[in-house]
Write a protein that binds this ligand. Structure first.
Ligand SMILES: *Cc1c(COP(=O)(O)O)cnc(C)c1O
Length: 439
């Protein structure tokens, strides 16, 4: 019996020095995890440095805007003169280095924020061009790629898609050909979503923005920044994106925001978004913040360190499963641009076992067994594992996998690195129990 931490200090990890709080884990699993963690020391230190940088970035923005307790009071009804809401938008604008931002609980999710940014800045006859290939699944209906009630297509906005090159980079020749005088918005998606392409580094997004502006200065660039916030020093807005868009139940909400989305960008674009979200003539002036302001501020303040914890989990999972012979995207040593980690198990059993482990490690609903199920908008059954404090929050530990080749699981989140680690080790244990890995 040993309740101390000698396992981490010992040169060799033996059965005897495994802390007893880990008794639910096989010692083999614990040891494999501890050895993996030891190898990642330098990598984790870099992630901590990034968190430190971004922590100060947020802190300085809060200081500059003189945030005080009265900003947490919220408002009701029309929400006139809501100082907390207005200052939070200034804090976001300062962190993203933009002229303005719209950060609202009335933006219901990431898809809504993206739909708002697009519909607010496109007019009939305009063309939207995605220059990073197929956009996130839910945007297919927003755009009208799949015919849908209320889509941009119904408002005579046309759409063109420019694929990335085979190795996942921007295809500059195709972009030059694809952007015309009709083009109003060029859209870029930073994170891979449910695709096996690599997520795009911010610097590369920056180059693409510069290219688009050089050939067509009138074209607005919108970046879907979901899962990318605070992973790097810079954000797409630092490279001149006209709109940078994301969800508050992912990175920037820090696990505390119960709802919301943000758009950070130029004054002109944000004004368009505001009058679309509320009403022409009303714009940013209305929109009660009710009781969520404290959570939005505190969550944004914690977001750099929460993101760092999730990032450590992603790197840990990559390294661990790579050592066991599975293909992982990105590879364990690759630079990171988001918190998503894909692991290809090559079999339905692998995907299911992984998700069962993540579910077993959830603070909420740990007793539930996830099963593959038909989901609207997907062409195969999907298994999802999550047990979150905020419904559907994917900055909390979660995993999902479509039941089709290559049988990859997409894993993300963890409010703390320690929780992400526990979840990954539980997933390994389930795979081990089912004889799908050898330790
Ligand atoms: C999550 C996500 C979205 C949509 O966000 P929801 O909050 O689920 O609507 C859009 N794009 C990307 C890349 C995402 O990861």
């Amino acid at each position: 019996m040993n309740s101390g931490f000698s396992a981490y200090e010992a040169d060799e990890i033996t059965d005897r020095n495994v802390p007893d709080v880990f008794t639910s884990l096989y010692k083999k699993v614990f040891r494999f995890g501890a050895e993996t963690e030891k190898e990642l020391k330098d990598r984790f230190e870099k992630i901590d440095r990034m968190a430190e940088y971004n922590q100060l970035k947020v802190l300085l923005a809060m200081r500059k805007n003189r945030i005080s307790a009265e900003h947490f009071n919220g408002s009701t009804g029309y929400g006139y003169n809501d100082a907390g809401r207005d200052s939070l938008e200034d804090v976001y604008a300062d962190v993203f280095h933009t002229q303005a931002a719209l950060v609202r609980p009335q933006i219901t999710c990431g898809t809504h924020a993206l739909a708002l940014a697009l519909s607010a800045n496109l007019r009939p006859g305009d063309e939207l061009v995605s220059i990073s290939g197929k956009p996130y699944d839910t945007l297919e209906e927003v755009i009208g790629i799949r015919p849908s009630r209320g889509s941009l297509a119904e408002y005579q906005v046309t759409y063109r898609q420019i694929e990335l090159t085979a190795d996942g980079h921007f295809d500059y020749d195709a972009i030059r050909d694809g952007i015309t005088s009709k083009t109003k918005i060029a859209a870029i998606q930073r994170s891979k979503g449910y695709l096996t392409r690599p997520s795009l580094p911010v610097e590369e997004i920056g180059e693409a923005i510069r290219f688009v502006k050089s050939i067509a200065p009138h074209v607005l660039v919108m970046v879907d920044n979901c899962y990318g916030e605070f992973v790097c020093e810079k954000e797409p807005s630092d490279y001149g994106a006209d709109m940078t868009v994301g969800s508050l139940i992912k990175n920037p909400g820090g696990g505390l925001a119960p709802i919301g989305g943000y758009i950070a960008g130029t004054k002109e674009c944000i004004e368009n978004c505001a009058v679309r979200l509320t009403s022409p003539g009303l714009g940013k002036e209305v929109g009660a913040s009710l009781d969520v302001m404290r959570s939005l501020y505190q969550g944004f303040f914690l977001a750099p360190t929460v993101t760092a914890g999730a990032l450590k989990g992603a790197v840990f999972a990559a390294d661990l499963y790579e050592k066991l012979g599975f293909k992982v995207v990105p590879e364990s040593t690759a630079p990171r641009t988001d918190i998503i980690q894909a692991v290809e198990f090559g079999s339905p059993e692998g995907v299911i076992a992984f998700c069962e482990g993540i579910q077993a490690a959830a603070p909420v609903d740990s007793y539930v067994t996830p099963e593959p199920w038909a989901m609207p908008g997907y062409d195969s059954n999907v298994i999802m594992a999550a047990g979150a404090f905020i419904q559907g929050a994917s900055i909390e530990l979660s995993a999902d996998g479509p039941m089709k080749p290559p049988y990859a699981v997409y894993f993300q989140g963890g409010l703390t690195w320690q929780h992400a680690k526990a979840g990954i080790l539980m997933s390994l244990q389930k795979l081990y129990e089912k004889g799908l890995v050898k330790l």
